[in-house]
Design a protein around this ligand. Sequence first.
Ligand SMILES: [Ca+2]
Length: 525
Amino acid sequence: PGGVGAYRILVRTQDGKEEVFGPFNPPERPFAEVAWVGEGVGYQIFPERFYNGDSSNDALALETDEYRFNQVWQRSSGARPHLSRWGDPPSLLHCCHQYFGGDLAGVLAKLPYLEALGVTVIYLNPIFDSGSAHGYDTHDYLKVSPKFGDKALLRRVLDEAHRRGMRVVFDFVPNHTGLGFWAFQDVVKRGPRSPYWNWYFIKRWPFVPGDGSAYEGWWGLGSLPKLNTANPGVKRYLIEVAKYWVRFGFDGVRVDVPGDLLNPHAFFKEMRAALKAIRPDVYLVAEIWQRDPSWLQGDEFDSLMNYAIGRDILLRFARGGNLALYNARRALADLARVYALYPEAVAGMGFNLITSHDTARLLTELGGGGLKDIPSPEARARQRLAAAMLYALPGLPVTFQGDECGFTGERPADPPQELNRYPFQWERCHGETLAFYQELSRVRRELPALRSAVFRTYYGEGYLLAFFRGEPGEGEVLAAFNSGLEAASLPLPPGGWRDPIEGRTYRKEVSVPPLGFRYLLHLGQ
Ligand SMILES: [Ca+2]
């Protein structure tokens, strides 16, 4: 109270020894949390495979596809982009050029579904004009992809989402463009005489578009020419694009492969300053898969995509199995390490996920099999366990579309089919799993401790893991998870602890069911 001063940390070990560390000084400019993030429940939409709300625009996918611009592809005998019906089997081009017709009208139509799921934050995969189903090869940063709709429809989606208390985050791809981007096309035509020659890294000219040996591409791919973001003109252009969409009404930005940019930290410092000047509570998320606080110093991003929590900790724990390989004690230590690494504000607005369009589906990861398999009850239980952990952490739990319906989908390497992105088969939604996710949202709304930034470790032995959420005392939550096949007994701290799902109150100890969990609300002494 009355301001923040220097502080010390007192550590008391189990054998009663005490040691004092410090004094430490708090940062001069404390990192401010974007308050709406950690309060919410997140959901990722991959628009081409979510819901087809307007079949009249389906064929536009073919007219705008990369194939039009990729002369290497045109001269090859390989498969061509094509349209499929919603439930058709995946083709060899499933990942990127097999189109099913999903669009923004589909997103608009399903907002009531998302509201019933408790979703308050939508992360949209790229929706701008591009040459693929995934949209990471931008042709026009300022145009909505015609296969998805137009700006007026996007306006309606944002307005209707906002009216329902939802925020929307767009996907921004500054590292590379698609072949159809106007600056790249100008370089193709005019070569060194093009004013955009230095927007890219061209090795020789003239060249055939699609020939990855003629210019730098992302991961060497000829279809994704890399932008020179150290060029002030490129940087200015891209930051103006981001500003445009924030002004348009988006609430946050997810940035694709920020670590691959040239001079990335300079770029994102400038981007943050520009966007926060428009909207101080705009939310900035980086696609960085590892633990890395260098992006989170208060002057670049608000969060990473926390695969490092969801996959490296939660998923490994939820798989159970050989305790020598991974166990609750290690999971608890790993969680403690993450939350010691980041400022509390960063934890509180963490973008927490286990799966996305870039991973196999959650149920598949937990033993549920591939697209055509029938998952076992154990795999389904492990998915519920993993989801319950995700919803109990500080920050925003983000579910990839369809995981809440218990779908499966693997990612075969050859050919790379990305079956996790198979169209959302609405009539096949697993009702019990959906009801479970709805319940998780409801409990998160009901228990403020689960929405706070405060995290403390409690217990980690064998398959049983538990941590506290929220300030100590009445109202805090003890969250316990059992990844083993037998019930496990958890000793409770003093006082009464109520399980809000089951409605019973426990003292001294509680049994956590096999592959089960409990959120326990502290009732005080
Ligand atoms: Ca459509």
